[in-house]
Design a protein around this ligand. Sequence first.
Ligand code: GDP
Ligand code: MG
Length: 184
Amino acid sequence: KFNSFDWRINMSTNYKFKILLVGAAAVGKTSLIERFVKSQFATDYKITVGVSILTKDVEYERGQFATLSIWDIGGQVKFSFIRTTFYKGSHGALLVFDLSRADTWEQIKNWKAEVNQFAGNIPMVLIGNKLDLLEAVGEVIDREECQRWAEEIGSIYIETSAKLGQRVEDGFVELTRRIVKGAS
Ligand code: GDP
Ligand code: MG
């Protein structure tokens, strides 16, 4: 029998977006996805081999859902055939750096350029991950500069901890909202 809950689920699947996480090795791309999709965090370092894709429905506005296919890539991005497949047809990207390692922030502009080159001018959200390490490591990155740069590229800056689960969902939701705005 028809019920309102089924109706909501059926109405929720009109948007399907491919999104990417890019950024230097070990910034926490895989961890952010695992946290968002499975509500898990693993401390052991697993190198992502090839490309992995996970799917999750996200509620980007109350009662409005989109299905995200979330693409995660390892160090193989240097091979052009993998790179082409990875970027092709993507709707949005999270640009991820590690708040405890300044070099990962310095590389962000290159990652943005690469997304633009292979996927065009798609929505992006800047993510400073490992917020939980800030207290122990101290501030090694000018976070106001991150904020300014995000605004400059018409984006926003969000600080996350995949370890503690802080603001991880916000990153995915904000990106989805930006994609929907551009699509409608
Ligand atoms: P990737 O190479 O960008 O996919 O990075 P991973 O997700 O594999 O994470 C690299 C390492 O950083 C792993 O040891 C993770 O456990 C750790 N890590 C990831 N996110 C966080 C975080 O928010 N806080 C802390 N303290 N460690 C993290
Ligand atoms: Mg990984």
